[in-house]
Design a binder for this molecule. Structure first.
Ligand code: AP5
Ligand code: MG
Ligand code: ZN
Length: 214
């Protein structure tokens, strides 16, 4: 099962992708998490990606595509995966399609988690992230058991550098310009499924499993 999560920054792609990964036993592959892990470890890739991420801009396609293709070529991705944050541009989607087609494969579902911009800005300020394992919390909606500490791995939680209000607005603008066209791209391929992302996260997940189990 090969799934792509579409949706604006803060729509809940990561939250839902983790739940899908747990339930269906496929890896959760997030390009944003891969970049943040590299920034934390101060790798050359991380330093390059950070320059774009902190401004709310996309990391260039060449760099991103290579990282993603390397990741999905790993053994644990053989039976499928849930991609979160990739593709984000039409060229990225085309490269992924070609790589899959070369192996006689294709994306099974592109799930668009639909949330209007007004809701997004409110969510981001309350988000707290674990840079070690990628878990995400919200100070009101999804609080950790112990304040400021990751339930999964015990590391400290942080406000992401790109969750400042000015940067969130830039990310939304970039989303509308460069990523939203993917909704039509996958609709034309007949794999698009749209779910209402403004509901409670468990209701969003129920809508997704209804699609995947159909
Ligand atoms: P990335 O890490 O992918 O960030 P993003 O798309 O901006 O999305 P977010 O992770 O911010 O949001 P999300 O949809 O995962 O929401 P979440 O589940 O956390 O990318 C970051 C940057 O990396 C990009 O800006 C770019 O620079 C670069 N990058 C990454 N991939 C790239 C690519 N392919 N090409 C080029 N550049 C790339 O939820 C948000 C909050 O809401 C959380 O606090 C959560 O707890 C809460 N929440 C979730 N669901 C609900 C709900 N139903 N109700 C209430 N609260 C909820
Ligand atoms: Mg995310
Ligand atoms: Zn953690």
């Amino acid at each position: 099962m090969k799934i792509i999560m579409l949706g604006a920054p803060g729509a809940g792609k990561g939250t839902q992708a983790k739940m899908i990964a747990d339930r269906y036993g496929v890896p959760h592959v997030s390009t944003g998490d891969i970049f943040r892990a590299n920034i934390k470890n101060e790798t050359a890739l991380g330093m390059e990606a950070k320059q774009y991420m902190d401004k709310g801009l996309l990391v260039p396609d060449e760099l991103t595509v290579k990282i993603l293709l390397d990741r999905v070529a790993q053994e644990d991705c053989r039976n499928g995966y849930v991609l979160d944050g990739f593709p984000r541009t039409i060229p990225q989607a085309e490269v992924l399609d070609e790589a899959l087609a070369a192996q006689g494969e294709r994306i099974d579902y592109a799930i668009d988690v639909d949330v209007p911009d007004e809701n997004i800005v409110r969510r981001m300020g309350g988000r707290r992230a674990c840079l070690s394992c990628g878990a995400t919390y919200h100070i009101e909606h999804v609080p950790p058991k112990k304040e400021g500490v990751c339930d999964v791995c015990g590391q400290p939680l942080v406000l992401r550098d790109d969750d400042k209000p000015e940067t969130v607005q830039n990310r939304l603008n970039v989303y509308h310009e460069q990523t939203q066209p993917l909704i039509d791209f996958y609709r034309k391929k007949g794999v698009l499924k749209t779910v209402d992302g403004t509901q409670d996260m468990n209701d969003v997940f129920a809508a997704i499993t209804a699609v995947l189990d159909a």
